[in-house]
Unconditional design. Structure first.
Length: 259
């Protein structure tokens, strides 16, 4: 479900992409610490509007961006450097691209939403031996205003066999990569979500963030009202004395080398 193109086309994904763009820069920086990017072949998987792809282009890489939602890539193609990216509409775990075609693979909060066994196999197939992987992942936390209201009102989402933030557990990440990758590193960070007002935070959830807009669209009216009220309460707990909403979310950048 989380890799469906209809979900990511809901709302306004670019509002999310703009906020997490600094993490994409960190992903590409982490990759560049392992290998030069100039003239390297690189694939950005689940690329969205191309934050990581464009950061890699700026460093001289020859980039292919892959995403399941063509509308998002169309936005990326219009950005500075977007004309230098080869955009491919495909599932990140079944790209159809050639074997061992890339020196590097990146993803900014993208592949974590894809079934992990198939995704790791596809990355391993795409990378040449000795190729480099770098991606970002959210890390599970006890205070998550984006997720806690959903669990409180709707219960724990039906089991898909994986959760996106599982990649934020170093042991799980290492175990998933172990068969195909070596030298796995895990760099922790904190992302601050900031909104000018409580109303702006609520607008982000109800009108902009695709995952939330999709959930709200599928919930029956009585529960939809309860869910919006739960988001309202969660955001109010993070209002400061200037009326702004802000809270921190942990994340990690994972890097590894293809065997």
């Amino acid at each position: 479900m989380v890799s469906s193109p209809t979900i990511w086309a809901a709302g306004r994904y670019e509002s999310v992409a703009r906020r997490i763009a600094p993490i994409a820069e960190e992903v590409v920086d982490a990759l560049q610490q392992r290998r030069p990017l100039r003239d390297a072949t690189l694939v950005d998987l689940a690329c969205g509007t191309g934050n990581a792809a464009l950061a890699a282009v700026a460093r001289g890489a020859r980039v292919t961006g892959v995403d399941i939602t063509p509308a998002l890539m169309a936005l990326g193609a219009q950005k500075d450097g977007g004309g230098s990216v080869t955009w491919v509409a495909a599932d990140a775990s079944a790209t159809g691209l050639p074997d061992a075609a890339f020196d590097a693979a990146v993803s900014n909060m993208g592949i974590v939403f894809v079934e992990p066994t198939a995704q790791v196999a596809e990355i391993a197939r795409l990378l040449a031996p000795g190729g480099t992987l770098a991606f970002s992942t959210w890390v599970r936390t006890d205070d998550n205003p984006f997720l806690d209201p959903i669990v409180a009102v709707l219960g724990v989402p039906p089991g898909s066999g994986y959760r996106p933030d599982e990649w934020g557990d170093p042991d799980i990440a290492a175990a998933r990569l172990a068969a195909e990758f070596v030298d796995v590193t895990f760099q922790s960070g904190t992302h601050t979500w900031e909104f000018d007002s409580h109303a702006a935070a609520m607008r982000f959830v109800t009108d902009e963030s695709p995952a939330h807009v999709d959930v709200l669209a599928r919930v029956p009216d009585p529960q939809r009202g309860q869910l919006i009220a739960a988001f309202d309460e969660a955001m109010r707990r993070h209002v400061d004395d200037r009326g702004r909403v802000g809270f921190d979310t942990p994340y990690a950048v994972v890097t590894a080398t293809r065997r």
